[in-house]
Design a protein around this ligand. Sequence first.
Ligand SMILES: [Zn+2]
Ligand SMILES: [Zn+2]
Length: 344
Amino acid sequence: MMQAAVLNKFKEPLEIKQVEIPKPGPNDVLIKTIACGVCHTDLHFIRGDWEIFQQFLPRIPGHEGIGKVIEIGSNVDACIKKGDILGIPWIHETCLQCEYCLSNREEVCPKLIRSGVTVDGCFAEYVLMNANFAIKLPDGMDPYTSAPIYCAGVTMYKALKTSKVQPGQWISIVGIGGLGSIGIKYAIAMGMKVLAVVAPDDKVAVQLAKDMGAEEVYDGPAEKHGEWIQNKVGGVEASIVTVPLIIAFDQAFVSVKRCGRVIGVGIPKGNMSFPIARWVTSGIELIGSTLGSRQDLQESLDFAKLHGIECKIEKRKLKDINQIFEDMSNYKINGRIVIDFLEK
Ligand SMILES: [Zn+2]
Ligand SMILES: [Zn+2]
């Protein structure tokens, strides 16, 4: 048996209980969890923001895990061995055959199987992972500070690649939580100049943005950030919006230069409103960016190792999971919470 946090019903606390250790199918590896980041997407899921996932309950959430391989399915080839340290990302499996899978965009595969939603995730002492989608943690990287790279890190790395911002040019990152804070590190390592936008008067987030290396930080009224950026630096080449707030998207549109890019990563409910005339006549691009492919994940890990990029984390225990989600709902988390499965 193993300890796991189980979501029985949307909006209810997760139940910490003993459940059976899963058995690997032919393509799976069984992983003993070491670390698992707690992502805002987990909060969306447990709150029932996406009703379509109701059919998958009860479920063990968690999709930013790292652990050690302890058992291998019969079809898994020699690339993966017992003792390897692997990640458990959001993408558990895709169809490998659709036009998106065949063009390095498997993250939008219509048949995507999601860790912690469609199949059990890593808020548990053991978890199964499809070996074809398991990416090893590069040697020498810390599993705790690296766990969030398997979701937040690859998401920001991919969004930054999508932004096409060149070294020396300005980018804004709106929202400095788990995604935004590591995004600053990646952007700086790519040579970009970073302007961070945080919630009004959020002094903790201002400090975090500065600690991560942001050159400018805006913490004024949310409805003014676009205008402020235009006045301060003449607009940014691109803006990546990580927060689930519609106002942030609308203002990001105001903040970009002509031919700039607005890249949506956060997922609020509702619609953007923006002047179509400026969109068309200024050649602005609106781009949605979610996660990244296995190739993007491998690159984001290698890039992090090369540049010494680590998430700012705080370690907690699985038994604290409901308190962690409450803190997340109240915007009390600074950086990323990572559940530590080794320390008892
Ligand atoms: Zn995530
Ligand atoms: Zn596919």
